[in-house]
Design a protein around this ligand. Sequence first.
Ligand code: SAM
Length: 297
Amino acid sequence: MKFASVMGGIVMVIGSAFVLPAAAQEGRGDVVYVPTPQIVVDTMLEMAKVGPKDYLIDLGSGDGRIVVTAATRFGASGFGVDLDTYLLKLANQNAQKAGVTGKVHFVEENLFTTDLSRATVITSYLLPEMNLKLRPKLMSLKPGTRIVAHDYHLGEWDPEEQRELVVPEKKVGTPGISYVFSYVVPARVPGKWQSLVNIGGRETPMEFNLQQEFQEVEGRVEIRDRGVDLRGRILGERIRLVAGGRGGVPRHEFTGQIGDGSITGTVIIGEGASRQQAAWTAKQVQRGQLKRASDEQ
Ligand SMILES: C[S@@+](CC[C@H](N)C(=O)[O-])C[C@H]1O[C@@H](n2cnc3c(N)ncnc32)[C@H](O)[C@@H]1O
């Protein structure tokens, strides 16, 4: 599925989003209640690779199906928040029926003020403008936290994966179709970093100037006083940067694990039979801001 076609779908459905049959439970707050079809719930949890170690929070939890399924099928724990007391009661009853009250619960809380710091997985089925309002808070979560959103994406933040499912019983949004978008909160690297890389017995100083927009990184690295553009990507706490490969500068591929003010990994220099590998550690010497200031919290 091309992103453009998803965007097209979204533009089409915004006007008619979440129109409900009159008799249905309506929900309370910033968006009406529409349950996520069970096949979509299962797909969302699979895409987030939910497991027994996970702590999942569903923002606007309705009848609790996402949180209860995370517990019954995937062994996770967590909670859901909603403002509708009828739905909260129903969700707690559903948890009881499923025998998972020891793992999950549901609380009356505004999703915009809920403490998300314990989450390893966040799920949502909210309107586009709500997703955008939540985005700085989501970007500030622990690196590696997975976010799965039903039907509406998080704007300019490029999803790691997106799926389109045929769901004949779905009557709202794009009838018969559900979109699912999954994201991984990236560690933050903007700023200046320094390394001393031992290449073939020779210590080579490198200085990186990194800019970051969501999980995308770009900038420059000075290698022996020569500036080279670089580009890369972060997945949770893992980073991959590529520099050089033309203009007489050999290709440098850096991969590593981002810690607090440090990166530890390897660099591969050159290509083919002549390529060399060396240990790569970098220390942050100056912190910068995300390129998109509105995503800073
Ligand atoms: C589209 S439903 C999704 C329900 C459930 N997450 C699912 O996917 O089946 C959105 C839910 O969000 C709740 N809601 C709306 N605004 C909210 C807010 N500001 N805080 C908490 N819950 C909210 C509504 O009551 C409704 O139950």
